[in-house]
Design a protein around this ligand. Structure first.
Ligand SMILES: Cc1cc2nc3c(=O)[nH]c(=O)nc-3n(C[C@H](O)[C@H](O)[C@H](O)COP(=O)(O)OP(=O)(O)OC[C@H]3O[C@@H](n4cnc5c(N)ncnc54)[C@H](O)[C@@H]3O)c2cc1C
Length: 107
C-alpha cells in the first residue's frame, strides 16, 4: 500500500518541527499497513471455542507493539499450561455476544 505524497509532507512537516535535523533527509520510500480495530478497542485473547489447539491474540487496535511482549507472555503460559494467571476473560470474544444480547433485550 503506498502513501499519498501529500500525507508524507504533512507528517514530514510535523517531524521537522520536532527535529529540525530531519529536514536534510531525502524520503525515497514509504510504507503503510492496516491497523485492526475492535468496537471497544480491546484485543481478543483466548483459545478457540471450536478448533482444538488454535489460540487467538489479535485486534490490538493500534497498540500491538506496546502490548505484544505482555500478550506473548500470557499466551505462552496459556498454550503451554492450559491456563493463565492473568484474567483474560475481558478479552474473550463472547463480550460482544453479551453486549449484542443486552442491546436486543433493551430494544
Ligand atoms: C502504520 C501502523 C502504525 C502502527 N503504530 C503502532 C504504534 O505506534 N504502537 C503500537 O503499539 N502499535 C502500532 N501499530 C500496531 C502494531 O503494528 C500491531 O498491533 C502489531 O504489529 C500486531 O502484532 P501481531 O504480531 O499480532 O501481528 P503482525 O505484526 O501483523 O504479525 C503477523 C505476522 O504473521 C504473518 N502471517 C500472516 N499470515 C500468515 C500465514 N498464513 N502464515 C505464516 N505467517 C503469516 C505476517 O507476515 C506477519 O509477519 C501500528 C500498525 C500500523 C499498521
Amino acid at each position: 500500500m503506498s502513501v499519498a505524497q501529500s500525507d508524507v509532507l504533512i507528517v514530514g512537516g510535523g517531524l521537522m518541527g520536532a527535529a529540525p535535523q530531519m529536514a536534510n533527509l531525502n524520503i525515497i520510500r514509504t510504507w503503510s499497513g492496516i491497523e485492526s480495530y475492535l468496537p471497544d478497542s480491546l484485543p481478543i485473547m483466548e483459545p478457540s471455542g471450536t478448533i482444538d489447539r488454535l489460540y487467538y491474540a489479535f485486534g490490538f487496535s493500534g497498540h500491538g507493539f506496546q502490548l505484544g511482549p505482555g500478550v506473548g507472555g500470557v499466551m505462552a503460559e496459556l498454550i503451554s499450561s492450559g491456563s493463565t494467571s492473568t484474567a483474560i476473560e475481558p478479552f474473550h470474544i463472547r463480550r460482544f455476544a453479551t453486549s449484542s444480547l443486552q442491546r436486543s433485550k433493551a430494544s
